[in-house]
Design a protein around this ligand. Structure first.
Ligand code: PFF
Length: 434
């Protein structure tokens, strides 16, 4: 069977941005900005994006395109010791990421449906405050989110994933721009803006802030050695990897930046604290919407934007697992998507039932395992795999389709600097407890 490829350059970029832009941008980024001192987080983030993030995207796409495979095939073909097993570990990570992600998508659908049918007062934001309070009724909403994801993935690369992203990604930007305009017109907008845009110098120079910014960036760009490798494997030889990497990196960051512009003026304007952490958008924001004129409509637009962002990312997670099954077995795409989607649902069920593991709520536990403990290793392995294939070969490979001359420094940067940086953050985060 010939391998599918993206239909168009525009479709590929919409899809790459679709994967990158997700809960990481609209949920996690504002929470990090809130807890890490506003602009003190934003500045390191942008510096790291330019110096590391763009290279990370080029590494993962190149690896995928050169090996024509996802992590299992790519790490194996590159000749990494235990490559195949590390690839399987990468797939397992995406499986767990999808498990916790789908729970949050369930929350979003539930909020949306409550708002549409019962108004803002039907949103029980208090429930979100305790992660134990995931109710069994939530299972149905989560299931709806998983079913939408399965549907898109089962339609295939061009007709499912690319088509959905071609629609959802531009609509997401339009919704976010409307919401930003609304926030910037709120009374007392300056307080929120100065928190967001003026750095707290002490935090700016704290290594912890830089580390958090770096792991946030890898997650946000979907660079865990999995999704972007698979997406790269569907890229035609003539496509321009470096320019696509720059557009994707900035397209992703623009959404995170807009999310901050939407949230902080609103939070300050209605007298709430920005340091609420994970509950910022699920518990605080509904209260803000309740006080805001036209808040119901703004709330619906906001959660709709979040849902679009979430689904285009969850599609990329399921695709990683589906691609792996399809490349190693004769199972069809549709069957693989349904089977894996249902398995993800089962794996996330303990969270809905309030289970705890190692003293942590199950939900926090799977986030920890997937994003802190194993996730960053995928990024590291992708860089090592490309180095093993040969950095000169890789350089020639991306240069062939590129419309710009890639600086030669890309080679030592991708081969040494980038993996060393990943290793340092990884160890730091482990020692400091994530
Ligand atoms: N980048 C997505 C976000 O910011 O929400 C999450 C994600 C998708 C992470 C795909 C990793 C991945 F492979």
């Amino acid at each position: 069977m010939t391998r599918e490829t993206w239909n168009s350059k525009r479709g590929f970029i919409a899809t790459a941005i679709g994967s990158a832009v997700g809960l990481g941008n609209i949920w996690m980024f504002p929470w990090r900005v809130g807890t890490e001192g506003g602009a003190a987080f934003l500045i390191p983030y942008i510096i790291l994006l330019v110096s590391i993030g763009i290279v990370a995207l080029t590494v993962e796409w190149t690896l995928g395109r050169m090996t024509k495979g996802g992590p299992v095939v790519a790490f194996e073909k590159a000749g990494l010791p235990f490559g195949k097993y590390f690839g399987i570990l990468g797939n397992f990570t995406m499986f767990l990421v999808f498990a916790f992600y789908s729970l949050i998508i369930g929350w979003m659908i539930m909020y949306l449906s409550n708002m549409l049918f019962g108004g803002l007062s039907a949103v029980d934001a208090g429930q979100f405050l305790a992660s134990q309070a995931f109710s069994p009724s939530m299972a149905m909403w989560q299931f709806v989110g998983i079913a939408i994801t399965i549907f898109i993935v089962s339609k295939g690369v061009k007709r499912g994933i690319e088509k959905a992203n071609n629609f959802m990604t531009p609509v997401l930007y339009i919704l976010l721009i409307l919401l930003t305009i609304n926030s910037l017109m709120l009374p007392g907008v300056n307080e929120g803006l100065s928190f967001y845009l003026l750095p707290d110098m002490e935090k700016l120079f704290s290594p912890g802030t830089w580390m958090i910014a770096l792991s946030q960036m890898f997650f946000s760009l979907s660079c865990l050695g999995t999704t972007m490798v698979v997406y790269g494997s569907y890229l035609k030889e003539k496509e321009d990897i470096p320019v696509s990497a720059v557009v994707t990196a900035f397209g992703d960051t623009l959404v995170a930046f807009l999310a901050g512009l939407i949230i902080f003026p609103a939070v300050f304007s209605f007298g709430f604290a920005p340091e609420a952490g994970p509950t910022l958008i699920f518990a605080i924001l509904p209260e803000v919407f309740q006080q805001m004129p036209g808040g119901l409509y703004i709330g619906i637009l906001f959660f709709l934007a979040l849902l679009f962002a979430g689904i285009t990312s969850s599609v990329s997670m399921l695709e990683v697992c589906v691609e792996a099954v399809m490349s190693k077995t004769n199972i069809s795409r549709t069957l693989a998507a349904i089977g894996l989607g249902l398995a993800v649902f089962l794996v996330s069920l303990p969270s809905l039932l309030g289970v705890t593991l190692f003293g942590m709520p199950y939900f926090d536990f799977i986030i920890y395992i997937s994003t802190v403990l194993i996730g960053p290793l995928g990024a590291l392995l992708a860089a090592l795999a490309l180095g093993k294939i040969g950095i000169d070969k890789a350089y020639e490979h991306i240069q062939r389709g590129a419309s710009v001359k890639i600086p030669k420094i890309w080679k030592p940067w991708a081969k040494y600097f980038y993996p060393i940086v990943v290793l340092v953050i990884y160890l730091y985060t482990l020692v400091n407890g994530g």
